[in-house]
Design a protein around this ligand. Structure first.
Ligand code: ZN
Length: 339
């Protein structure tokens, strides 16, 4: 009998829920407007109703492994609680996992959204062939996930993999985490728009770039990227900064962990052509391990690959569904009892 699991991707704008079987086949996907502003109980209610709908449909077709939920924010794995989340303020210190498990009567794994995206890419995307990888998700912020021996690396409490808060410029732009100059401040969609605004305000921007600013609908990372395609030098410079910042962050990871693969996903990764050249050049400078293992050196069988993600916005959904398939819940219950 085939196995299947339910994956949930709770984003800032969408709540997406999918039933996926253990071969990676998507059985069904539901997309709901979360209306996060209506509060935690409303979101949990909608999420559980949709999960029940999928469970009713697929339970007779195979063995249900459990439910994986990707949530933006810091997760405490032992308690199954959201410790801090910019988008889900009223979720903090609330026993999310316990409440959902009680309601649905099945195992639930709560996981950081960037971690589930990393797991999705490991399972079915760019990382299929490797056992160790790190993933960077360049969206509104920059998320990260580390996979070692095919499993997510959680660290002591479950908060490992915050690669977006690697320090890039010690006295750089203030970051929401309280520090300054984090990778997120130079490689997210928000950062691209901010850097464009800074260029415009300091009269460093082209006329075309300057013209985008008055209309907030037009003034986006995507339209700034579109200008690079047209050869706009000031827009190109912004994405070169993205590339250099990524190189400093990834270079640090290469030096620390010497992983075979670093996957770059999220919306900004579609600007790969605009930032990757600067990124690869800078990486050789920032990481001697990278320069010694670069794929350019064809004599090596083992090289360090930095590569775009393959699954797009579905990575988190697949990764969330994968988690309960990998888990030994009997063992997990023992750990929870001890915790
Ligand atoms: Zn930060």
């Amino acid at each position: 009998m085939p196995k299947f699991a339910i994956g949930v991707d709770l984003g800032g704008t969408n709540l997406r829920i999918a039933a996926v079987d253990d071969s990676g086949k998507l059985l069904q996907k539901l997309t709901l407007g979360t209306e996060v502003k209506r509060g935690r109980d409303h979101v949990i209610q909608e999420m559980c109703a949709a999960i029940e709908q999928l469970l009713a449909k697929f339970t007779s077709a195979g063995e249900m492994c459990g439910i994986g939920i990707g949530v933006p924010g810091f997760i405490d794995m032992a308690s199954g609680m959201v410790m801090r989340s910019p988008n889900l303020a009223d979720w903090t210190n609330f026993p999310v996992r316990e409440v959902i498990e009680k309601r649905l009567g099945t195992h639930v794994i709560l996981e950081n959204d960037a971690n589930v995206a990393a797991m999705g890419e490991k399972w079915l995307g760019a990382g299929r062939e490797v056992e160790h990888m790190a993933m960077y998700t360049l969206g509104t912020g920059v998320g990260g996930g580390i996979i070692l021996n095919g499993r997510l690396w959680h660290g002591m409490t479950g908060m490992a993999g915050e690669l977006g808060h690697f320090n890039i410029f010690p006295d750089g732009h203030p970051c929401g985490c309280g520090s300054r100059g984090c990778l997120e401040q130079y490689a997210s969609a928000t950062a691209v728009v901010r850097m464009a605004r800074e260029a415009i305000e300091s009269k460093q921007a082209s006329e075309e770039l300057t013209q985008l600013m008055p209309d907030p609908v037009q003034f986006t990372a995507r339209s700034i990227y579109n200008l690079t395609v047209q050869g706009d030098v000031s827009a190109k410079k912004i994405f070169e900064t993205v590339g250099r910042a990524l190189a400093i962050g990834i270079g640090g990871m290469v030096n620390a962990l010497n992983l075979p693969m670093y996957v770059i996903g999220g919306g900004v990764s579609s600007a790969w052509n605009a930032f990757s050249h600067a990124m690869f050049e800078e990486m050789k400078f920032r990481s001697s391990i990278y320069s010694l293992t670069s794929p350019d050196l064809k004599e090596h069988k083992k090289s360090t690959l930095v590569t775009p993600a393959l699954l797009g916005s579905d990575a988190g959904l697949y990764g969330a569904a994968r988690l309960p398939m990998l888990e030994d819940f009997t063992q997990m219950e023992k750990t929870r009892t001890r915790a």
